[in-house]
Design a protein around this ligand. Structure first.
Ligand code: PLP
Length: 406
């Protein structure tokens, strides 16, 4: 087991007052806080090691390169990729998804199909719409039921030889719903030759990831939602697929030879890492993985699930409070509204006055809000450092908001 106070002591930022009240940080699905060990690694990079990577013959450049490559191997192990060169550093999930949609352009033609779901973040919708505009392909969307659960009968119906991409998230950021990606991947493999893309932005912080067992072609996530600095992220792609597809950005680092007669590309992973990377951030992402492994992934999952269950049980006791996805399998997120008391941002503002940070609005998932016919929800999302007392504060705050708004 783990000592929650010891964990909290590693997050200096949590130890402060906001609006005269102790900070209760429940906006972890937007970004998590960073432990001191990660900040120290980041700081050490800039105070002792800063140099450009893969270029210099000099000592600092070599040390910086070694540290970043060590981090790449930690990430390889973290997601169980077969090779370290299948791990590409990006600046986040959004960049990863746009990269994939861009490099697949030549593989799609008019009337081909791309399947996504109703539960996607805008960054797993818009890049595919742009790809459709470039190629004439069509987007098909797996619908949800009133609990937010994906209706996989539709996937069966949609899958065909026209399907070229299936891209879904493993966990929904707006509702916290855990999607049956094993089943989605199995159905897709059986009934099409589509590329399978998994948006792991909300699963990598909470679950053990095994991309080989999962058998996806691409898996993307962001560092900043899993205790690492902003501006870091990972794109995993299978070797034979990344070798077959064209580069994304052109520039330094990604060439083997460059002349005005033509350019040849570097091997993986550098083919997809043009320009100077976020070296300090990428090294700190390795430190965030060390933090997660030290706490223990099963401890993280069990604690966050206990918080979710505790929060949902108490919130549902409040009259006229609706939890979205109430009966679905969820992790890390409870998304709700007080019915009859106006908009979610009013609740968020009252909670903020009590030092409680939650997210309100559409959470970059407008189609889900349209489905439930609402403008937004109040979303509380959990991390390893949250406590049951903080949930009590949230529940008390929501009750207060209800009194003030009704
Ligand atoms: C946050 C999030 C994204 C976008 O991640 P960025 O870090 O903003 O690039 C995409 N999908 C899901 C499910 C997310 O939660």
């Amino acid at each position: 087991m783990f000592d929650i106070q010891e964990i909290r002591s590693q997050f200096t930022i949590l130890n402060q007052q906001v609006n005269g009240k102790p900070l209760v940080y429940l906006d972890n699905a937007a970004t998590s806080q960073k432990p001191n060990s990660v900040l120290e690694v980041w700081n050490k990079y800039y105070t002792e090691l800063n140099a450009n990577v893969h270029r210099g013959i000099h000592t600092l450049s070599q040390l910086a390169t070694e540290e970043m490559e060590l981090s790449r191997r930690k990430i390889q192990k973290f997601i169980n990729a077969k090779h370290d060169f299948e791990v590409i550093f990006t600046k986040g999930t959004t960049e990863g998804l746009n990269l994939i949609a861009y490099i697949l352009t030549q593989k799609l033609k008019k009337d081909d199909e791309i399947i996504i779901s109703y539960l996607e973040h805008h960054s797993n919708i818009v890049p595919w719409q742009l790809l459709c505009e470039r190629t004439g392909a069509k987007l098909r969307v797996i619908p949800i039921d009133e609990n937010g659960i994906l209706q996989l009968d539709y996937l069966d119906e949609y899958l065909s030889e026209k399907t070229k991409v299936v891209s879904v998230n493993q966990v929904s950021n707006a509702l916290g719903i855990v999607n049956p990606i094993e089943e989605i991947i199995a159905k897709t493999r059986k009934n099409s030759d589509a590329y399978i893309v998994i948006d792991g932005a909300q699963s990598a912080p909470h679950f053990t990831i095994d991309v080989q067992k999962m058998d996806c072609d691409f898996f993307v996530f962001s560092g900043h939602k899993m205790y690492a600095p902003m501006g870091t992220g990972i794109l995993y792609g299978k070797q034979e697929i990344l070798e077959d597809l064209p580069p994304f950005h052109g520039g330094g680092e990604m060439i083997a030879t460059c002349s005005f007669d033509g350019t040849t590309y570097a091997g993986l992973p550098f083919k997809y890492e043009a320009g100077t990377p976020n070296v300090g951030g990428n090294i700190a992402l390795g430190a965030a993985i060390d933090f997660i492994e030290k706490v223990g992934q099963s401890n993280i999952q069990n604690h966050e699930n206990a918080l979710l269950e505790y929060a949902q049980r108490q919130l549902l006791e409040i009259e006229n409070l609706k939890v979205y996805g109430e009966k679905a399998n969820r992790t890390g997120v409870v998304s709700f509204n007080l019915e009859g008391t106006g908009i979610s941002s009013d609740v968020g503002m009252i909670l903020d006055k009590m030092g409680i940070a939650v997210r309100t609005g559409h959470h970059c998932t407008q189609p889900i809000m349209d489905f439930f016919n609402i403008a937004g929800t109040v979303r509380a999302s959990f991390a390893i450092y949250n406590t049951f007392q903080e949930i009590d504060s949230l529940v008390e705050g929501v009750k207060k908001a209800q009194r003030m708004l009704s």
